[in-house]
Design a protein around this ligand. Sequence first.
Ligand SMILES: [Zn+2]
Ligand SMILES: [Zn+2]
Length: 258
Amino acid sequence: MNYYGDYHTHTHYSDGVSKVWENVLSAIDKGLKELAITDHGFNNPKYGALTRETFYLQREEIEEARKKAQGKIQIYQGVEADIIGLDGTIDVNQDELEEMQILIMGYHSFSEAKSKKDWFKIFPSAYLSFLIKPSKATIRRNTRTFINAIKKYPIDILAHINHLFKVDCVEVAKACADYGTYIELNAKHLNLSFQTLYEMSLTGAEFIASSDAHHFSRIAEFSKLEEFMKKAGFDKTKLVNYNKKPEFPRRKIRLKEF
Ligand SMILES: [Zn+2]
Ligand SMILES: [Zn+2]
């Protein structure tokens, strides 16, 4: 066993192409002990996101997959939620938080924001960040927005930090360390310099590797990420899902049965 689980994967319920069972089979094949299905959440039509109704349809499919897997793997249902407000609001309400076993949060282009003002402050500068370098004021505002979300919600994993939505990664890492949110090293979107990763690791924040697979074949595909960690001098055994079962401290707060 190397990686215990992959906790960020998509299916056809959002912008992935595979069925729940295909993801599960692939995960079993790769020797994972746990898998989370985390399709895009409720306010993001661009990614063909889950609706509140399809969330329950997907749950039925996950229940069937659990029976078919006969205990070979633990399967969790989660959501990859969107930031939609400067005050840290995400597109999941309090009742829904108790329904999901993994809560991932990240920035995604053009979600439906809380208000017009929030939309203008959050989305255009991030969308254009590859063309126009965001100002220091924008980075400070984005940083506050993410920290607000981490304080406000029991987020298990912060997805692809610094991808488009530019933040002060060290400040966000400090909040993650204080609140028990894991910082994701995403196999697809990794926008961190070696130096930034090193400085983040000094805050006491913990890191998790995720594939963000949109096709079953990409599950637990960490070869490029491993190269990056090696070059960065980041010891992969420090990952919470390397050779051990991650605890998800914030899930324990959110869900009584954990
Ligand atoms: Zn994402
Ligand atoms: Zn994703």
